[in-house]
Design a protein around this ligand. Structure first.
Ligand code: CMC
Length: 391
């Protein structure tokens, strides 16, 4: 072969052509299939956006109804999955549990791996869209010690997810529209982000023709890390630590700038956005609205705003073009809704699911070759084997 160029972290390497998400990091533009994220967050619902990402166009009423009906048909998981869930310690992190359960779905739906026809591909897609919310709800309910239950077909996709998560066995479930609308918006804002770490993972695992569920399971593992989706949990823990420590934001700013200290300001910085993250702008406004509507006062919202203001005026952050990202304010909203902090990254995964599916489908339909990066070897030259007695 020719000369191999190394690009650590793939900062300048395109891995594919894609028609799904447009992102301009300098201008802070994000569009799904040509539609601005701001408009979609305002006017569309999450299931419409899922359809748009996966199939390329906004669905008409009939298409959306059929899509939803097909998903509902699949919104159960094999009862045996409960035994797997039971095997996990209660303290297990929900992202690890969710990745395992998603992977396990293949064993109960082996035909989902063979996606050589468009119809088979569609079946695998509605299966995961139906079953994943059940796994998400169960993961949280298991942690809280609540009974595992199924959803309610009469509800919308997101309404049903909220009911599955929050319904208590001894109470009538009353839907809170403030929560449903805010979650809908958050899920839309997380739904795709072109070739980020977890999406690239889904594509590369899928490129070996491993099944959709195995590919998504790998994507969940990638999302878990604190430099990626795990940042939303890390942000809240950081804000909480600052509060406990007396609210001294300056001290944490100094830590973040100190190169001998591994601490980073979580929820700040982005590989691609260098002016602002358009998702963060919308989520900041939503945080104010939702907390106001729910009547929740949370001192960490003020700490977050203070931290943002200081960072935006600080030379270190200005020089490096570090702005709040999607994870900076989302956790404050989740917390106000009563979602446990360890579930925050799971909520991100729930939102990102349609993006992962869309990118996997595009990759398969374009018959892309197996992903197989090269390297430059820097290890030992040939040396003769050394017997154990001589080592
Ligand atoms: N706090 C302090 N310094 C930072 C931060 C931060 N949050 N982010 C970047 N820097 C510094 C970094 O030390 C480096 O400085 P220098 O040039 O002096 O060595 C410079 O800014 C460039 O950073 P980088 O690590 O080379 O940039 P990257 O593109 O490889 O990493 C990032 C991007 C998002 C991983 C990084 O900004 C980060 O770790 N942020 C905190 C974690 C976070 O919020 N992640 C969520 C990302 S948004 C969506 C998602 O995936 O969930």
């Amino acid at each position: 072969g020719g000369v191999i160029t190394i690009d650590p972290g793939y900062k300048n390497t395109g891995s594919c052509e894609s028609g799904i998400t447009f992102l301009d990091g300098e201008k802070g533009i994000l569009r799904y299939r040509g539609y601005a994220i701001e408009e979609l967050a305002e006017k569309a619902d999450f299931l419409e956006v899922a359809y748009l990402l996966i199939f390329g166009e906004l669905p008409n009423k009939e298409q959306l109804d059929k899509f939803h009906a097909d998903i509902k048909e699949q919104a159960i998981v094999d009862e045996e999955v409960k035994k797997i869930l039971d095997g996990f310690p209660k303290a297990a992190h929900p992202m690890g549990v969710l990745s395992s359960l998603t992977s396990a779905l293949t064993s109960f739906n082996p035909s989902s791996v063979d996606v050589d026809s468009e119809e088979a591909m569609y079946n695998a897609i509605v299966k995961i869209l139906g079953k994943f919310p059940v796994l998400v709800a169960w993961t949280m309910r298991k942690k809280k010690g609540l009974p595992l239950d199924y959803g309610d077909d009469s509800l919308g996709y997101v309404e049903n997810i909220m009911k599955m998560m929050f319904k208590r066995p001894n109470q009538e479930y009353v839907q809170n529209n403030i929560i449903v609308n805010a979650i809908d918006k958050l899920l839309i804002l997380h739904a795709d982000h072109e070739q980020n770490c977890s999406t690239s993972t889904v594509r590369i695992v899928g490129s070996s023709h491993a099944g959709l569920f195995a590919s998504i399971s790998a994507g969940i593992s990638a999302l878990w890390g604190p430099l990626h989706g795990g940042a939303n949990q890390a942000v809240l823990e950081m804000l909480e630590a600052i509060k406990e420590d007396g609210g001294d934001t300056k001290k944490y700013m100094a830590k973040a700038k100190d190169k001998s200290d591994p601490f980073r300001l979580m929820g700040f910085g982005h590989r691609v956005y260098k002016n602002f993250d358009p998702r963060a702008k919308i989520i900041k406004v939503a945080a104010d609205e939702v907390l106001g509507d729910l009547g929740v006062e949370d001192p960490i919202l003020d700490i977050a705003k203070g931290l943002e203001k200081e960072a935006l005026e600080d030379q270190y952050f200005v020089d490096r073009k570090l702005y709040p990202n999607v994870d900076f304010y989302s956790g404050i909203i989740y917390r106000a809704m009563g979602i446990p902090v360890e579930m925050f990254t799971v909520m991100f995964a729930l939102g990102r699911l349609p993006g992962w599916i869309a990118q996997w489908r595009e990759m398969r339909l374009r018959k892309e070759p197996i992903g197989r990066p090269r390297q430059v070897y820097i290890g030992e030259n040939y040396r003769p084997f050394k017997e154990i007695s001589n080592r």
